[in-house]
Design a protein around this ligand. Sequence first.
Ligand code: TRP
Length: 446
Amino acid sequence: MAAGNRTQWSSGFGFVLAAVGSAVGLGNIWKFPYMTHSNGGGLFVLVYLLAVFIVAFPIVIAEMSLGRSARLNAMGTFKKLSKNSPFWKGLGLLCIFSSMIIFSYYSVVAGWTIDYFIESITGSLHKLSANTTESHFIGFLGSPWKQVGFHSFFMFITAFIVLRGTSGIEKAVKIMMPALGIMIFIIASISIYNYGISDTWNFLFNFNLAQLNSSSVLEAVGQAFFSLSLGLGCILVYGSYLPKDVSLVKSGIWIVVFDTLIAIMACFMMYPIIFGTNMEIKQSATILFTSLTVQFNQLPGGAFISAIFYLLVAFAALTSTISLLEPVVSFVHETFDISRKKATIWCSVTIWFIGIGSALANGASLFFTKLAVMDRLDSLTANWTLPIGGMLIAIFTGWFFSKEKRLAEFNENERKYFVPVWTFVIKFLSPILVCVVICYKLGLFH
Ligand code: TRP
């Protein structure tokens, strides 16, 4: 996907796959299960689902329609459609900032999956039991060389692909994404078969309203944005390569449904093991790297299955990191008139450097661990800049994107039934809901 050169996806299906590739990643497989775990399940899941369908889905459509109409990167789009307003160009900068920060720590976690892939092959994971998986993982987090090394490796592969254009990705995504989905489905079925479903089911779908607090509501809304790659113009850039005849509504529905299904299935893959073995979890954030190890060790050919699994997760992370680097590179390349190659190198080195703080923040360096760099950057972006970015994108689409241009992105039928409801939602409902959640969290209502 070269910047500036307006190539198009080969079809609506190709676009949906690429967008699903961007959306499905560590957010679904690592973050959603651990956040749900640490927020007590039930109500968090409900708030998440409401946020996805009421707030996020309309913004998915908004980003796609802006991108396809302007056919430019995020900054270019806001600049062109707002006729150079400094405020909306500021939104473009916020988008770039979010991409850089998210990519910086995302690459560290993606690096963990590479290590677990290697450790599956060498057999060192295979020696662990339900009681030792967590300490093994914490030991790994404490090794500065490994943390920085795998982070660097992941940055390098992403940069290499973005540098050469991502046309190959569309092909790879066609095979790897379905493979990952099937794999998660199979592992979830085995977990349920071995450890039962009822505890997990109750944890996910039973709730009482006493669980409600402002932090988990904000986290659920933030996670909806994070998981769907919203709020920093990533879907917008992908939409800018979309052929005119593809239905935005249908594509949007596919993206949201796939992304949500994978997140829920990931919980069914890990929770039965946690509940079934009474595993002690000190830090929810580690469960992707602890609970499954126990499972793999009991299966025939477990080391092999484990290797394939972590490789597929690494691949899902890669299709997401590409979509995080592309907006930054295309912005730098188009704005400062430097070659795409140079832009990719400079952006990657800068982001790599920022990421070192996160790589060392989980035990490898006392200084960074005390500062909790990774958690803070994650919370800053996922809980604040993405929802604020998304809210502003909704406002922009509802109020500043001309009606004719907006309507031109929809077909006859959609204009009749979908557009009036959607317009109302992005003009009023989505922005107001996000704003209320943010004000509530800021304590403005107390
Ligand atoms: N959605 C991806 C995930 O769930 C992460 C991601 C990729 C992202 N591109 C993004 C998050 C853009 C926010 C914005 O893992």
